[in-house]
Design a protein around this ligand. Sequence first.
Ligand code: GCW
Length: 665
Amino acid sequence: MEVNNWTQLWLSYQKVYEGHGTWGIGYSGFDAENRIVESAVYEFRTAMEGLTGENVVITDSEGNVKNDRILSLVKDESIPKEGYRVESGEYGATVKAPDENGLLYGIFALIRNVACGKKPGEIKEELSPSNPLRMMNHWDNMDGSIERGYSGNSFFFDKDSIIISRRTRDYARFMASVGINGVVINNVNVKDAASYLITDRYFDKVKALSEIFADYGIKLYLSLNFASPIELGGMSICDPMSKEVIDWWKGKMSEIHLKVPELGGFLVKADSEGRPGPFTYGRTQADGANMLADIIDQYGWIIIWRCFVYNCTQDWRDKKTDRARAGYDYFKDQDGDYHDNVILQIKNGPMDFQIREAVSPLLGGLTRTNQMLEVQIAQEYTGHQIDLCYLIPLFKEVLDFHTYCREGCDTVADVVSTRTFGNRLGGMAAVINTGNDYNWTGNDLAAANTYGFGRLAFDTSLSSEQIAREWIRMTYQLESDKEDILTDMLLRSREIYEKYTSFLGIGWMVTPHDHYGPSIDGYEYSRWGTYHRADHLGIGVDRTDKGTGYAQQYYKENAQMYNDPKTCPEELLLFFHHIPYTYKLKSGKTLIQYIYDSHFEGLKEAQELAQSWERLKPVIPAESHERVSKRFELQLVNAREWCDQVNSYFYRKSGIPDEKGREIF
Ligand code: GCW
């Protein structure tokens, strides 16, 4: 028998109160044998037994079993797609939904409310998802490794085969519980065995996986190798305009459809970081995406095409080429050309998931194209799930950003939800932070990001604090003063990480390739387009109309605001401007003094985080507490290293001492 070598995360269903009696289930308009309905009922039963000790007994069609309370599952087509209405009282509870996914989410809402301490009679919730697509992107490789993975190996793949276990089902439950409806199982860098996921070698297992996902209303997607006609088909080209290439794809897609009909579609990274793509043949990104999309439209599938396209062989001496510009430069011209089962997936910033960067001007810059937001909860640049970094506040900032693309309905949340332009497709995706570690996410506290992303994608109006508190209640069930401590830790963690690492939007300065820990000049003379341009007088990248012109990719209001250091939001000052160390910030502090102060502060606050965690020791399960404590030890080493290296570097460059005379090396 398989041993459950993993935690149940926020679905641990520890008792919240002692209930009594039994529950029966009544169906109205829903088929009790539907796979998703069965999953929903199973979950309700497991949850109620754990949370309250109450039994759930299924009433037979004659209603012969007498139950104290009834859970009524009612189809109500007046509710928007995948939405639900949940109410409970002394009589029992009712979940109304227009479809099975909505029903499942309604059941999970009911469970969440109970797990968060609400009593029957207090529960009333009505919600429909903000975003049609709510996806997780795994960067799992088929050898079992995970690109940018910080929590063990893949639980989907090992030694070039697909793993299906009880863990697969638990994973699907976790995802459904926060409203995820699409999962890409393999890395966007499709190489080696992964190219063969769309062949007979793997069809059976891919299908089996897709069936487990389907039980939880989740579509399985695959990352696709654009050069498949060459690698699998033995052809010499993969030109999207070649008739032979198109015919090859037609045959391939029909074969896939026959074998894995439950699929949702494909994610493609093309012409990026060495991946093949349409540029090789002088074609546009739209040519590539449309070719595939047209072939699969008949199956109801979609193409998710990434906009992370830039020149990764830049010359650092060249100050005109700007990686930040690349996405917009490559994709904006074809706005309107993408067919309607193509959706462009756009990283939140124009660089690459830094702790702070500007919001990508493509979001809302495209007005006639399906678009979705891509964020990263795998902590590649944000502490490798060693350092505590609750990322929901960052995502909220992005979602709330005014693009000025349309009056009154112009935030990124509006745009990607499809509210602004009425696109056929829209949504949010996260590069996920899970692996086969016992606790799934390396750091137990990093699961707040996994939970939080799903909740936020489902309801972008939730606050970072609400999400944090829900996650804490469902995971640890703390007394309110202790819950406050942990909530505060989570909410402050992103800013603290920012303080001891990068400042005012400059980014990078990380150890090349690995991306953990400081290396101020690590990327300064590299080919990756990631420079801070520091000299003895100042630091920052001039992206104004006198520099690379990146600021001009925004709508007028933002373009003007960013172009002028006086109106540019200070936290992004060095993203847009090259600034002297003696420049006075709004606080009256010089830039150099700000660098010193923020780093010393960041280090001190990281120490405070670790101390707060120590105070929680009596109330957190010992193993979990210990795992996280070990991470904090490492975080403090990291924070000290960052603080000392950054301060020393800029002291040596500028020759300006710290006003407060603290130790700098
Ligand atoms: O930031 C880069 C990462 C790569 C990743 C790439 C991408 C999957 O360092 O590891 O490749 O982003 O988003 O495609």
